[in-house]
Structures are given as structure tokens and as C-alpha cells.
Ligand binder design. Sequence first.
Ligand code: APR
Length: 242
Amino acid sequence: MKTIVILTGSGISAESGVPTFRDNGGLWCSHRIEDVATPEAYLRNPALVQEFYNMRRKQLKEVKPNAAHLALAELAAQWDGKYFLITQNVDDLHERAGEGKTLGDGFALWHMHGELRKARCGVSEEIFPWDENITVETRCPCCKKPGRLRPHIVWFGEMPLYMDRIYHALRDCDLFLSIGTSGNVYPAAGFVHEVRASGRGHTVELNMEPSNGHTLFEEKIYGPATRVVPEYVTRILAGAIL
Ligand code: APR
């Protein structure tokens, strides 16, 4: 039974109309990380931070999964080994493409940077499904008090989620695909090192252009995700890779 581990970044959602971060016109061109994506920013100006995530959460209603998301969901459904999808993305396009139907032993979808469609109480740490705006007046469902509910997003300086399970999967995998990420942000940018250290997994980068870590990948395929991902999934399912 072979194990596939996949890491996705904002590039896989770009052709769905979700902005990336560091491309021209990306989110970090119009917003400063230190103003909207750190715990200090939230303490300093919670309304500004909430508005940034309210805008992104609202936008989810206008976008849909693309051929790359659908191809990965097809792979998850057909793969007879273990399949772990780690996403840096906080959108729900992997779920809406059908990932998650097959969750169970040997399948997982981990949002290591959190999820736009969830909110978290800053006191109890309880997590709630959330599709509406959050403001400083919003009362959290557990404490019933305003000003405690925050986006369930991992900000810079906070610990990404599911890291123990992620490192275990990386060391145990036979194939590691890195899709649509610039390799700028750790720990995700270091995952390919973990796979190489195990001496077992074949490492593949599928991206629009070489990422910061491109030299670390044994195989590199460049082009739009909606073309290169379905093509690669077809090769995997035809038995041409593992
Ligand atoms: N097809 C494939 N790749 C694409 C496409 C596309 N259509 N469009 C863009 N890309 C690639 C870009 O070439 C770039 O390498 O996707 C990558 C996007 O890089 P970033 O904007 O840096 O996004 P990402 O790597 O996901 O950022 C990682 O940084 O700011 C934090 O938390 C945020 O999760 C995010 C993390």
C-alpha cells in the first residue's frame, strides 16, 4: 500500500479566482501582513483584522473548485493506499471538490493554517462553523460575550495545526506533491526536506514557476494547476508513477 502526501498553496486556487499572496496583485500587495495577519495586529486593531477575513470569507461564495481541486479529489477517491492532503489554504475549495468524502483510516485533509469558514473563541478555544461576518460586537456561542470570537486562522507567529500528524505522514510517504506554493513560508516550505530525509518519497513540484525550494524536488512540472495537476493525477492512476 503506497502513501501519497500532497501539499497545496494558494496557487491551486488562483484559477478559481482566489487571490494568491505574493504574485502581482496578491493579497500582500494590498495589505501588510503586520496589519492583518498577526496576533499583535488583532490586539491593536481587531476591527481591521476582522474586516480582512470577512472580505475573504464573503468571497468564498463567489468562487468554485477548479479542475486541479477536482483531480485531487478524484485521486483521493480512487487511491487504494494512504492519502494525506495538507493545505496552507484557508478556503474550502478542496472540500467542495469532494475531498473529505473518503476521510477515514489512511485519508486526511489538514488545513494547517486554519479555515475561513470557522471561528474560534479566544477564551475557551472552542471552534465553530462560521459563514457570516465577525465584528467586535459578535457574541461567541460559548461565552455569549462580544469581542472574544476570532477567525480560526493561524497568524504569523502562531503554531500551524496538525504538525505531529503531518511530520509522521511526510516521513512515511512514497510520493510527495507540492502544488501551487512559492516555498516562502515555513514550516510548509521545509516539508520537502522531511520527505528527502526519509530517503523514501519521490518529490514533485507542480507550480506556475520554480518555487524557492525548487532545487530540492526530484521532478518539476511547471504550468497552470488546472492543466498540470489533472495530467499528473492521470499518470498516477495509470500506475506510471508508483
Ligand atoms: N497554477 C499553479 N501555480 C500558480 C498559479 C496557477 N494558476 N498561480 C500562481 N501560482 C503559484 C505562484 O507561482 C506561486 O509560486 O502559486 C504560488 C503562490 O505563492 P504565494 O502567493 O506565496 O502563496 P503560498 O505559497 O500559498 O503562501 C504560503 O503564506 O502568507 C502566507 O498563510 C499564507 O498560506 C499562505 C502562505
